[in-house]
Write a protein that binds this ligand. Structure first.
Ligand code: SF4
Length: 697
């Protein structure tokens, strides 16, 4: 009875980008349990296992409860906040005085509140004088952001989740929506139009099994397939010439480009039969409301930006954009990847502005009431360039916030060695046991989701609130409070004196957004956000459209100066590493389950979530390949790339093609094998393609 709730509040889930609404049931102001919100336009009363367990993972013995500092013996030991903050400032200022301001950088996350991201980016760049900072969204959504920006003129995913239910033809590329975004898949299942569901994936994933058509292509051949389909659509005149003429640029050059993508070429590259490719093009032509969806299989690719744009091109040339059930739609990864894209002050200046544009810098300086000279005039290095900077002794101090690069970065062995080169590494996190925290000189204990407040922006551009419903353990503080404290100790607290609470930062974000495509000046503060069950941007002051589901480009006007979208394209190329005689298998990596999240930092803390997922690393391989190699089911085998060798249990399944193996990303050793290649435009790592060999001993 002591646990019987006496009140209820709502909060957006803090794991994935779906942004489900949860009802948090409170006893004396403290969360005791939760249920999915039934009146939330996103999840309609549903939640996946992670959401149901969101409170459980807060209670864990390895929560960071006190600041920890490395002692003379190299061991982390507790210290006071005062000492930790002095150490933080002394050490990082020392690095800057020895090596220059740019020698200190930060790596942030898509998991903290938008207001915290804005505070961190402003503090680091305007207050502490850093030039370089990036987020783990580089590993997740940088490709989609770059693709949209080039094609539409702004990083603007055009869709609403209602489009899952309104399409008559849904095309999924590199997206295992069933387990990566299970609630969105539930919305597909609610589609009343008996839709065609076409899944393009090298694996027979859970989503592919549920599709009406599975195109089981060879890894990294999707761009060739999409260009060939574009060519077929043009050859058959299955295109919307009026839309192309009125609303796009560079179509003729695009048509010329794809003319070289013949069926013969596509058959050879993709491994698909010719008729399958023709049927795919026909299905796009026959569909009245065709939507294209992609996730990490595209984003984490050596030519991810052009592949995403190939889908955008198909949507544009067939007029499948701006109408219900259409669009070229990127489903984000983390709960606040879009917050990072718009307000983290890393790749873009706050509010989707540009560091290199003097007018943008002046606007931001005026709103923040800071000297414009405090704003860098150059872009940050991307994540991989910061890592490279450490390797080359250009970055000597690093501040890591709510992310775990020692597990998640591509080619992890290299990274461990590189991080050892730093003069000072600070990790700010909820847990002390992450692989990165274990390498730190200083650990700052942070509150987690449920222990603080702020906004997230989900995949369909919806701002939603999460709230403090539980006290943080020990001396852990909200990231927001840590940033405020650091500003004070650093000596730049005056610059942020107005930001006394997250909602004050939200008000600044509203000012910054005015006149931008992501204008949110019409939202009446946190209470209004809550009352509306979240708000999709744009929502400008004076706007009266309060529909709960909204999409972009209904008027055919894009964000380039001439209001037209651009066809972007390029010759396809092979990945930097392919299977060889010595390493004959292609390693694919990805999400293994709906029950675990990324590096399992939080989700492994739940007994329920652990039971929903095998407690050992598995490698999926085709039974015929196993037979040839004499590998028995469940046998522990070695998986080896040029970069490392790890052990895993053989899981024999025809879900992978012959010559391929699949490993889930949730285990710390998998990135010892991956090959560090990056999309040249988004600088996103290509996690899903490496050459490996298998051996029994
Ligand atoms: Fe919804 Fe994602 Fe949270 Fe699951 S993890 S409840 S799908 S927001």
């Amino acid at each position: 009875e002591a646990e019987s709730p006496d009140a209820t509040t709502t909060a957006v889930c803090g794991f994935c980008s779906t942004g489900c609404g949860l009802e948090i049931h409170l006893k004396e102001g403290r969360a005791v349990t939760l249920t999915p919100a039934t009146d939330w336009p996103v999840n309609l009363g549903m939640a996946c296992p992670k959401g149901w367990e969101a409170l459980t993972v807060l209670n864990s013995p390895d929560r960071a409860t006190r600041p920890l500092k490395k002692n003379a013996n190299g061991k982390l030991e507790p210290t006071s906040w005062d000492d930790a903050l002095k150490t933080f400032c002394d050490q990082l200022k020392g690095v800057q005085s020895r090596h220059g301001n740019d020698s200190v950088a930060f790596l942030s996350t898509g998991q903290i509140a938008t207001e915290e991201m804005a505070f961190l980016g402003s503090l680091a760049k305007f207050g502490m004088g850093m030039l370089h900072g990036d987020g783990n969204t580089r590993q997740c959504m940088a490709t989609a952001a770059t693709a949209y920006k080039e094609s539409f003129g702004f990083d603007a995913p055009p869709f609403s989740y209602a489009d899952f239910e309104e399409s008559d033809t849904l095309v999924f590329i590199g997206s295992n929506l069933c387990i990566a975004h299970p609630i969105l898949w539930e919305r597909v299942l609610r589609n009343p139009h008996k839709p065609e569901i076409i899944v393009i994936d090298p694996r027979l994933t859970e989503t592919a099994q549920a599709a009406t058509t599975h195109l089981q292509i060879q890894p990294k051949s999707d761009l060739t397939l999409l260009y060939t389909v574009a060519n077929l659509l043009i050859q058959n005149d299955w295109i919307d010439r009026d839309f192309i003429a009125q609303h796009t640029n560079h179509f003729d050059e695009f048509a010329q480009h794809v003319a070289a993508y013949t069926l013969e070429r596509a058959v050879e590259r993709t491994g698909l039969p010719e008729q399958t490719i023709i049927d795919f093009a026909e299905k796009i032509h026959r569909g009245e409301r065709v939507s294209f969806w992609w996730t990490m299989g595209v984003n984490q690719s050596h030519e991810g930006v052009r592949t995403a744009q190939a889908m955008i091109n198909l949507a544009l040339m067939t007029g499948n954009i701006g109408r219900p059930g259409t669009g070229a739609n990127s489903v984000t990864g983390q709960c606040n990847a879009m917050g990072s894209r718009l307000f983290s002050n890393t790749t873009n200046l706050l509010g989707g502005h540009s560091f290199t544009n003097p007018a943008d810098r002046q606007k931001v300086a005026d709103i923040l009431e800071i000297p414009v000279e405090r704003i860098p005039t150059e872009n940050s290095w991307a994540y991989d360039q910061i890592i490279e900077g450490i390797k080359e002794d250009k970055v000597k101090g690093l501040w890591v916030i709510a992310t775990n690069p020692a597990h998640s970065w591509i080619h992890q062995n290299g990274l461990h060695e590189i991080l050892q080169k730093l003069e000072f590494l600070v990790v700010q996190d909820m847990y002390t046991t992450t692989e990165t925290a274990q390498l730190a000189d200083l650990v700052l204990p942070a509150a987690g989701w449920g222990e603080k407040e702020g906004s997230f922006i989900n995949s369909e551009r919806r701002f939603g609130l999460h709230k403090k419903v539980s006290p943080a353990p020990g001396e852990a503080l909200a990231d927001f409070q840590i940033f405020r404290a650091i500003a004070g100790y650093w000596g730049c607290g005056d610059m942020f004196s107005k930001w006394t609470a997250p909602e004050r930062v939200f008000e600044t974000m509203q000012q910054l957004s005015q006149g931008q495509p992501c204008d949110i000046s019409g939202i009446g503060g946190y209470q209004d956000l809550d009352d509306r069950r979240g708000v999709q941007w744009p929502f400008a002051a004076g706007e009266t459209d309060i529909a709960s589901e909204r999409r972009l480009f209904a008027d055919g006007q894009f964000f380039h100066a001439d209001q037209k979208a651009k066809f972007r394209f390029e010759e396809t190329r092979l990945p930097g590493e392919t299977a060889s005689e010595e390493y004959p298998f292609t390693l694919l990596t990805g999400r293994g389950t709906a029950a675990q999240w990324h590096t399992q930092t939080r989700t492994a803390k739940s007994g329920v979530l652990r039971k929903l997922y095998p407690n050992m690393l598995q490698v999926d391989l085709h039974p015929a390949d196993a037979k040839e190699l004499g590998i028995a089911p469940h046998e522990e085998i070695f998986v080896e790339s040029k970069r490392g060798v790890i052990k895993a249990h053989a899981n024999l399944t025809a879900a992978v093609q012959r010559g391929h193996v699949f490993m889930p990303m949730h285990w710390e050793t998998v990135n010892q094998l991956t090959f560090a290649e990056f999309d040249p435009y988004s600088r996103q790592p290509s996690y899903k393609n490496a050459a490996v060999r298998l051996r029994r001993r």
